[in-house]
Design a protein around this ligand. Structure first.
Ligand code: FES
Length: 246
């Protein structure tokens, strides 16, 4: 198949030599079906082996290849080069410190995810011999959409609140908390309540909706935040109980 030369401006940051990030231009022979990740791999393999970027599955599942392409957070394995006319600018995700080139530091993002305890919490665990916790299709539908999150952090990078308030827990963590709060098997609502309703919790969201616009899995974190706000308000006023674990 014939290749076409496409120009890429890639943000480089090598802490041992760059006082601050700089753009480097590459001319990359691209096949018609190339995604941006293919072009980055071609740069690394054939043009400049010093370029650093993350990826793994190459099929929109692992969530590790997120970057800004022409200023927008995308999974680069899901972003066709032919969809971008002209020079393509690739940068690391915003709202994260850069470790090197296109690789960002995820520690704070992971810490915030962990803070909402995104796992099933039970007051009393059933014995394994007693079987699984059954759930109806209707109960599954309550939270299924929010369970599609792949922790790619695109929503986090797109969030304008996080750009100004780095301590905001962020859309991914809130959507995950909401996913477990809605799960009929879970009894951990009370344990998540204080994190969600803290000053840097869901009330810091100003509903820009950017998180839902960029989510590659259509999780709609903005809707989760609004639903969680309503639940939180009703619980705070006592209209709804703080489910279990009191
Ligand atoms: Fe896994 Fe892109 S490489 S989501």
């Amino acid at each position: 198949m014939e290749t076409v030369i496409r120009k890429f401006e890639v943000l480089r940051f090598r802490p041992e030599q760059d006082p601050e990030p700089v753009f480097q231009t590459y001319e990359v022979p691209c096949l018609p079906d190339f995604v941006v990740l293919d072009a980055l791999n071609a740069i690394k393999d054939d043009i400049d082996p010093t370029l650093s970027h993350r990826w793994s599955c190459r099929m929109g599942v692992c969530g590790s290849c997120g970057m800004l392409v022409n200023g927008r957070p995308v999974l680069t394995c899901n972003a066709f080069v032919r969809g971008y006319p002209g020079t393509i600018r690739v940068e690391p995700l915003s709202n994260f410190p850069i470790v090197r080139d296109l690789i960002v530091e995820l520690d704070d993002f992971v810490r915030k995810i962990q803070s909402v305890k995104p796992w099933i919490i039970r007051k009393i665990e059933k014995d394994v011999a007693d079987g699984t916790y059954l759930q109806s299709p209707e109960q599954l539908d309550e939270f299924k959409q929010y369970s599609m999150c792949i922790n790619c952090a695109l929503c986090y990078a797109a969030c304008p609140v996080l750009a100004n308030e780095p301590d905001f827990v962020g859309p991914a963590a809130i959507a995950l908390a909401h996913r477990y709060n809605l799960d009929s098997r879970d009894e951990g609502n009370r344990e998540r309540f204080d994190v969600l309703n803290a000053a840097n919790g869901l009330w810091a969201c100003s509903y820009a909706n950017e998180c839902s616009q960029v989510c590659p899995k259509h999780v709609d974190p903005a809707m989760a935040i609004n639903q969680a706000k309503l639940t939180g308000a009703l619980q705070w006023t006592g209209v709804l109980p703080k489910k279990s674990m009191t």
